[in-house]
Design a protein around this ligand. Structure first.
Ligand code: PMP
Length: 389
């Protein structure tokens, strides 16, 4: 076709110089060194056997990281929100009630997603620097008898980690399924899906997995599977786990097409799982706990205040830090980026203007990174305090 028919001319798309910062925010974090090779592996499609091997490897790795023997384990194309939307839409139908335990912005996202699906939402709140107790949740479960409870395990907007022991049993006593966001906790914090009676869990690959964003692992319990097989509502086609289970060969007898999976993301997720299974979960959990404990100790020695008062509520992957009065959070993060090439983030949702959010997770969960961060924070605070004098 003649070029004079084109209404839009070709833009100039040029590379710019870019210095990658050290990714020490609440995510994404830095990649495993092996990721570069994984991302350059060949394109795989359902027309080659390697595609099925990769899917099988991923499912086996996911059963390990979620700690579930369930067969209904796979990965949704899309970032963590895809997993969230899939877990909610497959397990709660229009007109059913979803009880949302809300303490940060991710529960608010669950609220928005559920409302758009015509699900009735009920919200119970906790202070943003604390978590929920079973005693607090039980009366609401008893009163509302919801189809499910949604709770965030690790909350990257507040830096808190929810205790999960006994929660599944409590939900099941009142006929509710337990749906859990593990986006910023899985791998970095102990999570035992079957042991804790979790029915629907989702995560993402750009946090403690140390991979790129864009694929969201999900896992469903036997109880959840029963609901999926007997539900009288349909989730959005793209997120339908029943259909996707055939693509992922969850039951060992199907290899059907649902949508085209992104080959680099499959290789990337497989690479994360290879690294994690080599390291093993207990070692990874201990590494995250030790580096964050070291970081907190250093911060407290230097007089920084942690946003979360109770040590047991503090999330090992994301720390929230309160700055002394008179220091602007955005200016502070800008200084760290410019002077130290460190990217951390200011608060989000309930922590806007109240805390910094600092991630020590995945490959960055080391005492070396904790020391680099602590030294940079002290330097930045001193710089701001002497400028304010
Ligand atoms: N849940 C939590 C706890 C998160 O930290 C995030 C991302 N920061 C999400 C959900 C959403 O994930 P994504 O941005 O990958 O969609």
């Amino acid at each position: 076709m003649a070029s004079d028919k084109l209404l839009v001319s070709a833009p100039s798309i040029v590379d710019r110089d870019f210095v990658k910062p050290k990714l020490y925010g609440p995510g994404p974090c830095d990649y495993w060194p092996s990721m570069e090779e994984a991302l350059s592996k060949p394109i795989i499609t359902p027309n080659c056997d390697e595609f099925y091997h990769v899917l099988d490897d991923i499912r086996a790795g996911l059963q390990y990281v979620f700690q579930t023997k369930s067969k209904l384990v796979l990965a949704m194309s899309g970032a963590g929100h895809a997993g969230m939307e899939a877990v909610i839409s497959n397990l709660v139908g229009r007109g059913e009630t979803l009880l949302i335990a809300s303490r940060g912005i991710w529960d608010q996202r669950a609220f928005i997603i559920a409302n758009r699906l015509g699900i009735k939402t009920e919200v119970i709140t906790a202070p943003t620097n604390a978590t929920f107790s079973l005693e607090q949740l039980e009366p609401e479960l008893k009163r509302l008898r919801p189809a499910a409870l949604f709770i965030t395990h690790g909350d990257s907007s507040t830096g808190t980690v929810q205790k999960m022991d006994g929660l599944g049993e409590l939900c099941h006593r009142y006929g509710a399924l337990l749906l859990v966001d593990t986006v910023v906790s899985l791998i970095g914090v102990p999570f035992l899906m079957d042991e804790w009676g979790v029915d629907g869990a989702f995560t993402a690959t750009q946090k403690a997995f140390s991979g790129p964003a864009g694929i969201s692992p999900v896992a469903f319990s036997a109880l959840a599977e029963e609901k999926i097989n007997n539900r009288n509502f349909e989730p959005p086609f793209y997120f339908d786990v029943k259909l996707q289970a055939h693509q992922w060969n969850c039951y060992g007898d199907t290899r059907s097409y649902h949508h085209t999976l992104c080959a680099p993301m499959l290789w990337a997720l497989r690479c994360c799982l290879q690294e994690i299974t080599r390291e093993t979960l207990p070692v990874s959990w201990a590494r995250h706990a030790a580096s964050t404990a070291h970081f907190h100790k250093r911060l407290q020695e230097y007089g920084f205040q942690l946003f979360v008062p109770e040590p047991e509520d503090r999330l090992p992957t994301v720390t929230t830090v309160v700055l002394p009065p008179g220091i602007d959070y955005l200016e502070f993060t800008k200084y760290l980026r410019e002077k130290h090439n460190i990217l951390i983030l200011e608060g989000r949702g309930p922590t806007v203007g109240k805390a910094l959010r600092i991630g020590i997770m995945g490959v960055n969960a080391t005492t070396k990174v904790a020391d680099t961060l602590a030294d940079a924070l002290v330097d930045a605070r001193n710089a701001f305090q002497s400028a304010n004098k």
